[in-house]
Design a protein around this ligand. Structure first.
Ligand code: HEC
Ligand code: HEC
Ligand code: HEC
Ligand code: HEC
Ligand code: HEC
Length: 302
């Protein structure tokens, strides 16, 4: 770990000393309003023009595809190993330590491995795969179907970061401080003067024992308990709380996928307006803001 840090450190110093590229960075767009483009899920973002600490660029550490959706979706050549909308990301086979292994005696349902609508998130948040590891890069011919299951850096290296130096290292949200994106984005780690926002809490890792269970059956659907509210509405393989009774699964409506609670039951990775168009999104990509524990009380009768 230390060795890796030093190597990355030298790489930065080398670029620092050898090249003085113009500052072409865009200002931060994290207004959390209007579109996913203005949220933390816009992976094309980096230090603001003139506002970032001088000399440290993250461009050598992830491909800047200059498109927001492409880090997750592609119109063609999507990952057909998984039931997710036009999924463009590498999904490695990973075994997670699940919440049931914690051994609480109150759990009534079986916890399985995370389902597709959790694996989607974990394809970045478990830190096993580079944030920029996708199957179909923008432009024609930049397609490698083997990327569906395997991160191939040789393929990723063919990308030209036209706004800055090309990426030679493809980092992920490794939960170990000082590694992956956390080499700069964690407190006290990495490069002196990097001054980058701390991402430690976003790096969940593969141990899900300290996270709300996912891949878990929703009890009320099997009629198992009165402690859970009934979602009430079904569409396709999803069941949801149709709060506006319009029979459509709205962004702000908590859902159960194939009978199970997954990450996207509580979170919408595109952001959900808190009070109609133009309003600031609910915090942490939540479907229901959790003030007064409203999110928890959507499912739990407590
Ligand atoms: C950080 C990853 C990520 C990015 C970036 C992203 N999406 Fe998604 N998207 C997902 C995931 C995960 C799902 C499945 C879970 C769900 O239904 O919300 C999804 C579902 C969808 C769906 C189908 C379900 C729905 O919510 O309508 C559409 C359409 C969609 N995305 C469009 C887009 C578009 C257009 C963009 C770019 C402007 C985009 N997404 C960017 C992760 C992402
Ligand atoms: C393409 C990689 C990627 C995918 C896929 C992805 N995320 Fe993220 N997410 C990130 C990164 C990177 C950050 C934090 C860094 C940043 O500031 O951009 C983040 C931040 C977040 C945050 C913190 C937001 C805030 O404003 O505090 C939440 C919550 C989150 N993600 C949830 C999810 C969920 C849930 C999913 C799946 C539905 C998901 N993410 C899918 C990369 C991803
Ligand atoms: C070489 C150090 C370095 C590495 C490695 C690095 N970053 Fe950064 N990043 C920065 C600096 C410096 C900034 C500007 C300060 C800030 O906004 O946090 C920044 C800014 C950002 C921003 C914009 C934050 C904002 O509010 O405008 C995002 C998003 C981001 N980085 C994501 C990532 C992701 C995802 C990774 C891993 C794939 C990564 N970074 C790796 C140095 C780095
Ligand atoms: C039962 C609902 C629920 C489920 C399921 C869930 N989350 Fe969350 N998540 C939350 C809430 C609520 C917060 C806000 C916590 C806070 O503000 O401290 C949150 C916060 C986060 C954050 C930001 C961390 C922070 O401290 O700000 C990330 C990243 C995240 N979730 C990712 C995920 C991923 C990945 C999954 C699936 C493995 C997942 N979540 C499943 C409810 C959920
Ligand atoms: C989408 C529905 C849903 C939401 C929203 C939700 N939960 Fe849960 N929660 C569940 C299910 C399903 C279980 C597992 C039930 C079981 O096995 O008995 C569970 C289990 C739990 C457990 C018990 C774990 C154990 O060891 O017995 C706690 C505590 C909990 N949730 C707290 C919360 C909190 C706090 C929130 C809000 C941040 C929340 N939940 C939001 C569905 C949900």
């Amino acid at each position: 770990m230390v060795i890796k840090k030093i190597i990355i450190g030298f790489a930065v110093l080398g670029i620092w000393a050898g090249l003085a590229w113009a500052d072409v960075d865009l200002p931060t767009k994290f207004s959390n309003q209007g579109s996913i483009g203005n949220t933390r899920h816009n992976m094309t973002q980096r230090q603001a023009s003139g506002g970032g600490p001088s000399g440290v660029s993250m461009d050598p550490y992830r491909n800047d595809y200059q498109e927001v959706c492409v880090y997750c979706h592609t119109p063609h050549g999507a990952n057909s190993n998984v039931t997710l909308p036009l999924w463009n990301r590498t999904l490695k086979t990973t075994t997670y330590a699940t919440y049931d292994l914690l051994g609480t005696s109150s759990l009534t349902q079986v916890v399985g491995q995370p389902g597709p609508n959790s694996l989607a998130c974990l394809s970045c948040h478990d830190g096993q795969t580079a944030v920029d590891s996708i199957i179909n890069m923008p432009g024609s011919g930049r397609y490698d179907p083997a990327q569906a299951t395997t991160q191939n850096n040789t393929f990723l290296n063919t990308w030209d970061n036209s706004r800055g130096p090309d990426a030679t290292v493809h980092l992920g949200l490794n939960p170990v401080p000082g590694q992956g994106c956390l080499a700069c984005h964690s407190a006290g780690a990495g490069f002196v003067g990097a001054g980058a926002t701390d991402f430690t809490v976003f790096a969940i890792g593969t141990d899900l024992r300290n996270d709300h269970p996912v891949g878990i059956t929703y009890p009320a659907l099997s009629g198992a308990t009165a402690d859970y509210k009934q979602p009430g509405r079904t569409k396709g393989s999803a069941t949801f709380f149709d709060v506006d009774s319009d029979t459509n699964m709205g962004k702000g409506e908590v859902r159960v996928y194939d009978g199970k609670v997954e990450c996207a039951s509580c979170h919408d990775p595109h952001g959900v307006p808190s009070g109609g168009a133009g309003s600031t999104f609910k915090p942490a990509f939540l479907r229901v803001a959790n003030s007064g524990s409203a999110l928890c009380l959507t499912c739990h009768s407590k």
